[in-house]
Design a protein around this ligand. Structure first.
Ligand SMILES: [Zn+2]
Length: 197
């Protein structure tokens, strides 16, 4: 028979208390593992014979990592909430959205030294943007709702496709040349993805 002990422990991180679920189980043979799928769900899994002292030592070694992870997850959760509330595009007219997108695209095309033929709005269900063989760029209208840094990432991405019609290392090098932190922006956008599209 397998044996499992469930416990909870409160950990103070930067003066905020967090509940840690501790699961000690005979199903687990070796290492202690920490999982944090959201800032409200922190779980430690350990072999049954692990003592609470060992778990405390493990936790204290992971504190810095845990704090960083919680901050990132909290930011994402806040952004997601914000954008769920704002999904409706009605306060913006198509013309307003297009004007804003064109303004950003013009700025970035100068930075990148590329020219696009035309910019159109899209309402695709699964894409942020696209760039045709003829360099017609489409940007998802819903991006009017996200912070401009994330809109800029999509615009830069599509503008780089004017030169590189693929995602080769040359393509990503071009993106990074004007936006060194593009990976962070892309991650944030992907996190928002399900609530926006
Ligand atoms: Zn692409």
């Amino acid at each position: 028979m397998h044996k499992t002990i469930h416990e909870q422990k409160t950990l103070l991180l930067n003066t905020t208390p967090y509940t840690i679920n501790i699961i000690r189980t005979s199903r687990r043979k070796r290492s202690i593992a920490l999982s944090i799928p959201s800032h409200e769900n922190i779980t430690i899994r350990a072999p049954l014979r692990t003592t609470i002292q060992e778990i405390d030592t493990f936790l204290s070694q992971q504190t810095n990592w845990l704090i960083k992870k919680i901050i990132v997850l909290q930011n994402y959760a806040a952004l997601k909430e914000e954008h769920k509330k704002n999904l409706d595009l009605t306060p913006y007219s198509k013309q307003q959205i297009l004007t804003k997108f064109l303004e950003r695209a013009t700025f970035w095309s100068t930075q990148l030294k590329v020219e696009f033929k035309k910019l159109l709005l899209s309402n695709a269900k699964k894409r942020w943007g696209s760039c045709t063989a003829e360099n017609v760029i489409r940007i998802n209208a819903v991006l009017i709702k996200v912070p401009v840094e994330l809109l800029d990432y999509v615009i830069v991405h599509e503008l780089c496709h004017v030169r590189h019609k693929n995602h080769s290392p040359y393509f990503w090098k071009m993106v990074a040349s004007v936006m060194p932190d593009y990976q962070t922006r892309r991650n944030q956008l992907n996190q928002l993805g399900c609530s926006l599209l």
